[in-house]
Design a protein around this ligand. Structure first.
Ligand code: NDP
Length: 441
């Protein structure tokens, strides 16, 4: 067994919220440069513990150690980026009659952070860093399956000098502890990442107290490959864009749309990259893909093959203990099939042919989701036309990247609302206050 963790209950959530309420006045009143200094100290402390955190994350989530190291690098970079924010929370001056009007940004207060198991500390950092930089205090509820890096983070934050009560972590079930955070009258905002189903219930429950909510939810992103693309490059990049983190990625490009004229050639090029994927022990340096998070997740993923879909080709997966599922490519898939419409959250890719640019756009947008996606073509004007037409929050052209610390990330449609990362995340953790100062009479 890796670890045993005491399960929090609703009373523990209330205690954590009370600690965050108590810590708020001093934290928000701290001079901006001092809050910046503490966030830099925290980034330094995380860097000193990077390997320990990477191994803990890899073991707890079953993710490839190379990926876990990269994720911890992003955690550190996220704190460094937002350490610059306290001194850059700028307002506006607005011309008005009879005086001066200007705006300031105030923290929203105590923020509840509810996070999933697929990128545990990374997604928590996307919320923690801007929330703290803006002068809020937080209660973080990590997913019960992956609480270990969040608990270690809280210890590191305290040792780095963050005052007690500024960062609080509660490990307990979503339906009790998460729910209590959403309903708690002293919590001003919920930042949530997880399933669309739970996001919907959070938005509804938050309405009772007019809580601010930002939601990062599911996806069914399209990787659109035109016949004029560099097919070798597109085929080499496609597998990890959907099988990375064993497909348990909201940005997984699980619909590979390929122009009919290039379909056969693309599949020929894709197959060796899929069969060559190194699936195995997450702690082995060469591993590119580990197991799924749980038996329930493996069953849910396997159910997509129950519909009679026969794989075009598959990679390998170890036998024996672990929730293994080989990388699997289905082709050609009807756009109406369940695997083409629902989020799989596992290593299954559906290849869907299209005739022309108009059909590619129609198919890409034929989804309740709109989180990420890619366009591969050598025609620059087409790349830009399609990029503007696809209803999604982030897109890459001739690449499959979705997140960077410095650029906004978030969804259209039922992939959620609000933006994380980049300068925009601070909007979600501050309220704009307008002040008028009369200068006449
Ligand atoms: P869930 O939505 O089940 O869980 C996410 C978090 O919400 C967990 O901490 C969970 O707690 C908590 N939770 C569950 N029920 C409630 C509730 N009623 N009230 C408050 N909190 C609750 O998602 P999974 O963790 O199972 O992750 C898989 C799904 O999340 C996929 O659909 C995926 O697309 C989506 N996701 C989206 C991402 C994005 O950035 N858009 C990123 C990652 C995942 P606990 O599990 O401890 O009970």
């Amino acid at each position: 067994m890796l670890a045993e963790v005491a399960r929090a209950d609703v009373a523990d959530v209330d205690r954590a919220v009370a600690a965050a309420v108590a810590a708020l006045p001093a934290w928000r009143a701290l001079a901006p440069a001092e809050r910046a200094r503490l966030l830099h100290a925290l980034a330094d402390a995380l860097a000193a513990h990077q390997e320990e955190l990477a191994v803990l994350e890899a073991r707890n989530a079953g993710k490839a150690i190379g990926d876990a190291r990269g994720e911890m690098g992003m955690v550190i970079d996220t704190f460094r980026f937002y350490a610059g924010a306290p001194e850059r929370l700028l307002g506006d001056t607005i011309p008005v009659a009879g005086g001066q009007a200007f705006t300031v940004r105030e923290p929203v207060g105590v923020v509840g952070l509810i996070t999933p198991w697929n990128f545990p500390l990374t997604i928590a950092a996307w919320k923690l860093a801007p929330a703290l930089a803006a002068g809020n205090t937080v209660v973080l509820k990590p997913a019960e399956l992956t609480p270990l890096t969040a608990l270690r983070f809280a210890e590191i934050a305290l040792a780095a000098g963050l005052p007690a009560g500024v960062v609080n972590v509660v490990v307990g079930p979503g339906r009790t502890c998460g729910q209590r955070l959403v309903e708690h009258p002293d919590v001003a905002k919920i930042a949530f990442t997880g399933s669309t189903e739970v996001g919907r219930s959070i938005a509804a429950a938050a309405a009772a107290t007019i809580k601010r909510v930002t939601l990062e939810l599911g996806g069914k992103s399209a990787n659109i490959i035109f016949a004029d693309a560099d097919l070798e490059a597109a085929a080499a990049a496609a597998p990890l864009a959907v099988f990375g983190n064993a497909g348990q990625d909201c940005c997984a490009r699980s619909r590979i749309l390929v122009q009919e004229a290039a379909l056969e050639r693309f599949l020929e090029l894709l197959e060796p990259h899929v069969t060559a994927l190194r699936v195995g022990d997450p702690l082995a340096e060469s591993t590119q893909m580990g197991p799924l998070i749980s038996a329930a997740q493996r069953d849910a993923v396997a159910s997509f093959l129950d519909d009679g879909a026969s794989p075009a080709f598959r990679g390998s997966a170890p036998e024996g203990p672990g929730f293994w599922f080989p990388p699997t490519v289905l082709a050609p898939v009807d756009p109406g099939a369940r695997v083409a419409r629902e989020e799989v959250f596992g290593p299954i890719a559906a290849v869907i042919p299209f005739a022309d640019e108009a059909e590619a756009i129609t198919l890409a947008n034929d989804s309740i989701y709109g989180l990420s996606g890619s366009i591969w073509t050598r025609d620059g004007a087409r790349a830009l036309r399609v990029a503007r037409a696809v209803e999604t929050g982030v897109l890459s052209i001739n690449a499959n990247t979705s997140v960077r610390v410095t650029t906004p990330f978030g969804g259209f449609k039922q992939s959620g609302y609000g933006r994380e990362l980049g300068p925009h995340a601070l909007d979600a953790y501050t309220e704009v206050k307008t002040i008028f100062y009369a200068t006449e009479g």
